[in-house]
Ligand binder design. Structure first.
Ligand SMILES: Cc1cc2nc3c(=O)[nH]c(=O)nc-3n(C[C@H](O)[C@H](O)[C@H](O)COP(=O)(O)O)c2cc1C
Length: 207
């Protein structure tokens, strides 16, 4: 249960001179090249109305200078929590390549147009699933869920499936991004960039 990290070039502040986005892209590609399973999976932390944290995995479907995007049900627990408190954090964890990236910031909905563009790329089965599931709501049985899918398939038979009204993208706009790279003797590299007056300030943190 104890791995030694290293072997790749040492991360330093200069890597972040063009901001966080190119480095996150590069690290995601490195994770893909290393055959990490679901390399775009990120754990999203939100806070509920009682101030208690909640975490779950979502898939990153967009990386751009303004932030990272994921798609979900707008009636889900996470979306309701984000409506009440838009502060959130996401972590990409890639233990296989000894790296981790954490972004913290506020989350907002993406435009309907952006959601529609992404929706069109989803397989039909996933589109039907989004119609069938009232995500995060209790349901009596697996059979009821499967019936909801059958009903959705019948409803949209032979026609394109529109985006459900309660489904879409969410963009986390980072105020800070931390890159972590495992090193020997637990002297890991940690560089955090923080937004300040339209610039990104890089700092090295102790491991
Ligand atoms: C690898 C993986 C990827 C997932 N991707 C998504 C996703 O992109 N969007 C989503 O809503 N849920 C996704 N889920 C399911 C969520 O983790 C979670 O169960 C669901 O969104 C309900 O969360 P909530 O009740 O906290 O809102 C994924 C789960 C796993 C394990």
């Amino acid at each position: 249960m104890r791995r030694s990290y290293g072997g790749d070039h040492d991360l330093d502040e200069t890597w972040l001179s063009d901001g966080w986005e190119p480095v996150l892209r590069r690290w995601l590609h490195d994770a893909m090249a290393a055959s990490v399973v679901e390399p775009n999976a990120m754990v999203l932390a939100t806070v509920d109305a009682d101030g208690c944290p909640a975490t779950r995995t979502v898939l990153c479907k967009g990386i751009a200078p303004d932030g990272v995007t994921f798609y979900t049900n707008y009636g889900s627990a996470k979306a309701i929590q984000l409506q009440q408190n838009p502060n959130a954090s996401v972590t990409f964890a890639w233990p296989l390549i000894g790296r981790q990236v954490t972004l913290r910031g506020r989350v907002e909905r993406v435009s309907r147009h952006t959601t529609e563009l992404y929706w069109a790329t989803r397989p039909r089965g996933s589109q039907l699933g989004a119609w069938a599931s009232h995500q995060s709501q209790p349901i009596g049985s697996r059979a009821e869920l499967e019936q909801a899918l059958t009903d959705a398939a019948a409803r949209f038979a032979g026609q394109p499936i529109p985006v459900p009204p309660n489904w879409g993208g969410m963009l986390l706009r980072p105020a800070s991004v931390e890159f972590w790279q495992g090193r020997e003797s637990r002297l890991h590299n940690r560089i955090r960039v923080t937004a300040a007056d339209g610039r990104w300030i890089a700092e090295r943190l102790q491991p």
